[in-house]
Design a protein around this ligand. Sequence first.
Ligand code: KG4
Ligand code: ZN
Length: 353
Amino acid sequence: MKILGIESSCDETAASIVEDGYKMISNVVATSMHEHAKYGGIVPEIAARSHIESIIPVIDESMEQANINWSQLDGIAVTYGAGLGGSLLVGVETAKTLAIAKNLPLYKINHVEGHVYANFITHSNLDGYNLPEEQPKFPILALIVSGGHSQLVFFEDHFKYKLLGQTTDDAVGEAFDKVAKLLGLPYPGGPNIEIAATNGDPDKYKLPKAQLTNKYDFSFSGPKTAVLRLVQAEVGKSFDFPSFKLAELLNERQKADIAASFLRTSIETLVDKTVMAEKEYNPKTIVIAGGVAANSELRKQLTYRLHTKIQYPDIKLCTDNGAMIAALGCFKAMKKTTPDDPYKLQINPNLSM
Ligand code: KG4
Ligand code: ZN
C-alpha cells in the first residue's frame, strides 16, 4: 500500500510517499519561511504564491526519490484543513487533478490529526532520520503544539478520538513568535527564544497562567500580553509607545530573563495539562507533535513528569511535512475508508478535530 501525501496548509510545500503506514520511501519539503522572516510572521499571499511555484517540482521529486511511477501508487492523501485558505487550495486542487488524471483514490486529511501520524513512521531508507523503534499503542494521548495549533487529543483507536482541549486564542508557537518579535529576536520565534533563554533566569519574572472553564484548554494570549506590559514597565514606556521600538531599549540581560521566564511559563502550562490528562485517561503511549515538539525544555519537563512512554517524531517530521499526511492516508486506505470524491472535495480552513 503506497500513498502519496501532499501538504500545503501553511508555508511548507511538501510531498512524501509512505508504504503500509510505517515506511517512508520519500520525503520532500520546500519552505517559503525565508520570505516571511522579514515580516516577523507568515504572509498568506506570499505562502500561496510560493506553493504554486513549488508544488509540481516537489511532487515530482518525491516520486523520483521513491523511484516509483504513478501506476505503483495506491492513492493520494491531501491536507484539506485547517490552514490558510490560499495555501490549502493549491495542495487540494493539485491532489484532485492528479487523482482524476491518474485514476487514484483520494483521501482528505485533517492536518492536526496528520501531525500525530508522524509518530507511526518507524522505518525509512532515507538518511538522516531518527525514527521511533515501534508505532505508538492505543489508547494514545497526543499533544499537538505548533504555530497554528495547541491541542490535547485522546485517541482510542484510528479515527476514533476526542478533543480534550485546545487554545482559546493564540497557538503556543504563535505566542513564541510574537514574544520573539517584541524582544527583537528573529522569526521563527520558538528556537530563538530557546537560544536567548539559555543565558536567562526563568524565575526573574512571574508571568500569569490562565485559568479556563475547560481544564484542558490553553490560553497563550494572556502571558503574551503580560510580556508586553512587562517590557513597557522595564524600559519605562507607556502603552502608546510603538511596540516595535521597545526591543531597542532592552539590554541583553533583560531579553534573556524575559525569554527564559516566558519559556518556563508556557512550557509548564503545556506540561501541567498533559500530566492531568495522563492521570485521567491512562494512555498506553503519549505522542508529541508539531513544530514546538522540537523544544528541549518541553521534552525535558515531559520526560521528568510523565510516567507513560513518550514518543517524539524526528525533528524534521515534527514540523509540517507530507509523510505524516501519507501515513494517515495509508491507514485510511488499509482500513477501507471510503475515498473522497475528487470532483467535490473542498478546503476547510477552520476545520477542527
Ligand atoms: O508545525 P510547524 O512547522 O508549523 C505549523 O503548523 O504551525 O510549527 C512552527 C512553529 C513556530 O511557531 C515556531 O516558532 C515553533 O513551531 N517552533 C518552536 C521550536 N521550533 C519551532 N517553538 C519552541 N521551541 C522550538 N525549538
Ligand atoms: Zn502543522
